[in-house]
Write a protein that binds this ligand. Structure first.
Ligand SMILES: Cc1ncc(COP(=O)(O)O)c(C=O)c1O
Length: 488
C-alpha cells in the first residue's frame, strides 16, 4: 500500500474540496433562506418516512461531497419544518442570521473546548467581554457585569432551562450555608426537606423541572388578572410556608411568559426578596432582547434587586441556537459549591480569569461568544433595535387586522411580537379553527390555554417577515374561521 493510498483512506476531503463544498453550501443556504416563504411551512410526512429514503447501513466507502449535497433536498428538506419562514408563527422564534452562521463555521474549525481559561483563552475572554457588551445594551445594572471589577459577570449557557437550574443550585447553596450557621444541629436532609421555591403558574415548564432536578419543592403561584405574579401574592405564600416550618429560598420572575407574554411584577417581587433574603432569578428568555430598546425597559423595573438574570439571544437577537445569556451577581454560590478541580484541568493562571465549567452543568462548552461578536458587530445595536421594533410593529398590525373583525377577540395585551387571539365563543370552535388553519398548510400556529380558555398564539418568528406577510397570515386565519363557523 502506498503512502497515497493510506492518505486517501483516512483523508476523504482535501482542502480544495472543502472550499468547493463550502461555496456550494453557501449558495444553497442563501437560496434556501431567501426563498423560504415559498416552501410548505410544515412538511406533510408521517413518522418513519425517512427510513426508506436512506440506506440501511453506513457506506463502507467514502462518498464525494457532491453526492451528499445532491441528497439534501430529497432527504433533509423533505422533513424540515421551516422555522424561519414568515408563515411560521408557532412557539417563540429561534434566531438565525448570516453572521451567526458564519461564526459557527469558524467555531467549528477552531473546535476547542472552553472548559478552562487555558482550554482556549479567547473562548473565555471573548465571552466575558461579550456578556459585558450585551449587559450594557440591555441596561443591566453594573453590579451584574464583569467590568464592574467584582466577582459578578455573565456566562453563555445552552438554554434558559439550564440557567434557571444553575440559579436554583446557587440559591440552594446559599440558603444551606445560612441555615447551617443558624441550626448547626440540623442535617443536610433536614434542611433540604424544608426548602421551598416559587414561580408563577405561567412560568415555563422548565422552572418546575428545575425544582425536580434540584430536589426541592416548587410552588406555582396564582397571578393577578393580568397574569402577573405580584409581590403580595408571593409574600402571602411565603408566610403560609414559614408558618408550616418551611424555608423559602428562591423565586423565578418571568418577563415575557411563554403562554401569553405577560410580565411578573419584578419590582414588587424584588422588594419582598430583599426583605426575606430570597434569591430572585429573572427568566426573560424571549422578551429580554427587547430591553435593548429603552422604551421597553419599564418592564424590567426592579432588575437591580435580582440575583441572576437570563435571556436568550438565540431567540430574538439573531444569534443562532444555542446562546442563552446569564448574569450572576455572586457566582461564588455556584462556582465554589460545586467545585471539582481534577489535575488534568488545572493550569497556572487559575483564579485570574473564570474557568467557565464551574458556572454551568456540563464540563465541555463550545466557542459560542464568536456568534455574539459577529452579530453585534455586523448588525450594530441600532439595526438590532430596528429589527425588534419592526417585529413588534408586525404583531400590532396582525392585532389590528384581528380587532377589525368582530368575530375575534384579543385575549392578552400585545406588548412584544406575540398576538393571543380567539374566535368569540367556545373552546371547541377555536380548536376547530386551529385544526383548519394548520390543516390548510399555509401557516403554522400553536394554541395555549389559560384558566380553561383556549386561544391561538401568533408569534412573529422570521427575520424576513414583512407587512404583506401579516396580511397573508390574517387571510389564512379569516378563511379558516369562515370554514369553521360555516361547518358549525
Ligand atoms: C419564558 C421562557 N422560559 C424558558 C424557556 C425555555 O427556553 P430554553 O429552550 O432556552 O430552555 C422558554 C421557551 O420558550 C420561555 O418562553
Amino acid at each position: 500500500m502506498t503512502e497515497q493510498d493510506v492518505k486517501l483512506n483516512f483523508e476523504t476531503m482535501e482542502a480544495g474540496d472543502f472550499k468547493a463544498f463550502v461555496k456550494a453550501m453557501a449558495d444553497y443556504i442563501t437560496e434556501y433562506l431567501e426563498n423560504i416563504r415559498d416552501r410548505q411551512v410544515v412538511p406533510s410526512v408521517k413518522p418513519g418516512y425517512l427510513r426508506p429514503l436512506v440506506p440501511e447501513q453506513a457506506p463502507q466507502q467514502s462518498e464525494p461531497w457532491t453526492a451528499v449535497m445532491a441528497d439534501i433536498e430529497r432527504v433533509v428538506m423533505s422533513g424540515v419544518t421551516h422555522w424561519h419562514s414568515p408563515r411560521f408563527h408557532a412557539y417563540f422564534l429561534t434566531a438565525s442570521s448570516y453572521p451567526a452562521i458564519v461564526a459557527d463555521m469558524l467555531s467549528g474549525a477552531i473546535a476547542c473546548i472552553g472548559f478552562s481559561w487555558i482550554g482556549s483563552p479567547v473562548c473565555t475572554e471573548l465571552e466575558v467581554i461579550m456578556l459585558d457588551w450585551l449587559g450594557q445594551m440591555l441596561g443591566l445594572p453594573e453590579q451584574f457585569l464583569a467590568r464592574s471589577g467584582g466577582e459578578a459577570g455573565g456566562v453563555i449557557q445552552g438554554t434558559a432551562s439550564e440557567s434557571t437550574l444553575v440559579a436554583l443550585l446557587g440559591a440552594k447553596a446559599r440558603i444551606m450555608q445560612r441555615v447551617k450557621e443558624q441550626h448547626p444541629e440540623w442535617t443536610d436532609s433536614d434542611i433540604l426537606s424544608k426548602l421551598v421555591a416559587y414561580c408563577s403558574k405561567q412560568a415555563h415548564s422548565s422552572v418546575e423541572r428545575a425544582g425536580l432536578f434540584g430536589g426541592v419543592k416548587m410552588r406555582c403561584l396564582k397571578t393577578d388578572n393580568k397574569r402577573r405574579l405580584r409581590g403580595d401574592i408571593f409574600q402571602e405564600a411565603m408566610d403560609e410556608d414559614i408558618n408550616k416550618g418551611l424555608i423559602p429560598f428562591y423565586v423565578v420572575a418571568t418577563l415575557g411568559t411563554t403562554a401569553s407574554c405577560t410580565f411578573d411584577a419584578l419590582d414588587e417581587l424584588g422588594d419582598v426578596c430583599l426583605s426575606r433574603n430570597v434569591w430572585l432569578h429573572v427568566d426573560a428568555a424571549y422578551a429580554g432582547s427587547a430591553f435593548i430598546c429603552s422604551e421597553y425597559r419599564y418592564l424590567m423595573k426592579g432588575v437591580e434587586k435580582a440575583d441572576s438574570f437570563n435571556f436568550n439571544p438565540h431567540k430574538w437577537m439573531l444569534v443562532n441556537f444555542d446562546c442563552s445569556a446569564m448574569w450572576l451577581k455572586q457566582p461564588r454560590w455556584v462556582v465554589d459549591t460545586y467545585y471539582m478541580d481534577p489535575l488534568y484541568l488545572k493550569h497556572d493562571q487559575q483564579g485570574l480569569a473564570p474557568d467557565f465549567r464551574h458556572w454551568q452543568i456540563p464540563a465541555g462548552r463550545r466557542f459560542r461568544a464568536l456568534k455574539l461578536w459577529f452579530v453585534l458587530r455586523m448588525y450594530g445595536v441600532e439595526n438590532l433595535q430596528k429589527y425588534i421594533r419592526k417585529q413588534i410593529a408586525l404583531a400590532h398590525l396582525f392585532e389590528k387586522l384581528c380587532t377589525s373583525d368582530n368575530r375575534f377577540e384579543i385575549i392578552e395585551e400585545v406588548t412584544m411580537g406575540l398576538v393571543c387571539f380567539r374566535l368569540k365563543g367556545s373552546n371547541e370552535i377555536n380548536e376547530e379553527l386551529l385544526r383548519r388553519i394548520n390543516g390548510r398548510g399555509k401557516i403554522h400556529l400553536v394554541p395555549s390555554k389559560i384558566e380553561d380558555v383556549y386561544f391561538l398564539r401568533l408569534a412573529i418568528c422570521s427575520r424576513f417577515s414583512e407587512e404583506s406577510d401579516s396580511h397573508i397570515s390574517w387571510e389564512e386565519v379569516k378563511i379558516s374561521a369562515d370554514e369553521a363557523l360555516a361547518q358549525k
